[in-house]
Design a protein around this ligand. Sequence first.
Ligand SMILES: [Ca+2]
Ligand SMILES: [Ca+2]
Ligand SMILES: [Ca+2]
Ligand SMILES: [Ca+2]
Length: 487
Amino acid sequence: MSKRRLALAAAVAVTAALTVPMAAQAAEAGPAASRLHDDFNGDGYPDLAIGAPPKNSAGTLKPGAVTVLYGSANGLSTSRRQVLDDSKVYDESHPTGYGSDLQSTDLDGDGYADLLSLVHWSPVDGDPGNTVTVNWGGPQGLSADRDNLVRLPDSTWTTGFTVGDVDGDRHPDVITLGNEYGVEDGYGDVLNGPFDRSGSPARTSTFTIDTDNFQIARTIAAGDVNGDGIADLAVGAQDSEEPDSRKTALLLGGSQGLSAPVWLRDPNGHRMGGEDLAIGDLNKDGYAEIVIGHPNDFYDSDLELPTKGGALGVVYGGPNGVSTTRKPVWINQDTAGVPGAGERGDGMGTGLSIGDTDGDGYQDVATGLPGEDLGTLADAGSVLVLRGGAHGLTGTGAKTFHQNTTDVPGTAEKNDRFGAATTLVDADGDKRYGLVVGDPAENANNGSVWVFAATSRGITASGSFTFGAATVGVTPTGARFGASLGD
Ligand SMILES: [Ca+2]
Ligand SMILES: [Ca+2]
Ligand SMILES: [Ca+2]
Ligand SMILES: [Ca+2]
């Protein structure tokens, strides 16, 4: 249909024919170009996937749902939507948890982005066990049916997955993180593309992060840290004998496989880790930064955060991986220019996302602070958007949003925990990424989502809107609508 889609396919083909790495290739493997990855119907406007993986009162998963809002010249609207709802097909004996950990990429290279979700119980093989599934994109949107990319062994628990071209063949790869029960020896599986339409990868390989003690693999993100056009991996881990420890390993991608893990350290030599990771080029030098969300300030570890209330760790990229000229930094609410003040339990670093919110070419970072108090309202929650620039991530020009911000619909209440999830999406195709906030705890775990537009001055509360599961036809009770947002 769209000339835009055909043009994109041609550009990718031309790039793939080159053998010498160049800037255009670096951009393609990084977040800038991977951003067309969320255009499921190929109309040139990125789309938004919203997960609602409900749990019952005992904390057990139930059949889940995914709602896609399709982008347009006017941005997102709940009237242009597609709902994929397992609860319409399966009862609670089929606890799919569909809608957990949503990611997108064009897996089969047909020009339409495909949607990937972690699933606990798969209708395809009908057994418990973690699976990564795919709904295929096409001119009418996502396929209602889904295929299993991989069925993870029953002896493992899966903590997440990411997508990126880690072998440099221009086909996206899927990387899952797992831990073997009883052993707690974290490892990753790489499913190397291209994938066929049954979900089978061309080949697979495994890597370990166990270079010293046993490590529990917890979080993963992909992006091109060393600027060679091949995606690299950041893996968040915990020393299995130190429950309060968090650390992050960098593994560089390459045609011969991943490099050995290198642990990231702050200028004092302390390992840098947290609960969430994102990768993007914040200072536009061609080397992507690793952003570490460290929301928990109750850890008792060798990590000495400079301040309270959670923080973002920024590790700058360079030609060899970690920059040798730019030191890693921690940024929190006590950093100059950042609104508010760091207090224990604020949870800054929850639900990280990266995108260029004001169109200046520098990627910006959004983070939730679900434990932020608003006056006497404990844990009402807020979101911060910090700007990237020539000198990297800065507090200057940072913006904050919560349910009592002028022009933001809703009313902040105790324990709302606004900001548990965020994503940045350019749904109107103007190269400025709007903000989407997920709040699965809102209204007794029914959940809600807020959508904010972006202008040349960044994210704006003007015109923001909110909606919940009922608006899109998903059963709202305990839906946890917005628990995950497509990335
Ligand atoms: Ca689209
Ligand atoms: Ca596709
Ligand atoms: Ca790389
Ligand atoms: Ca950079």
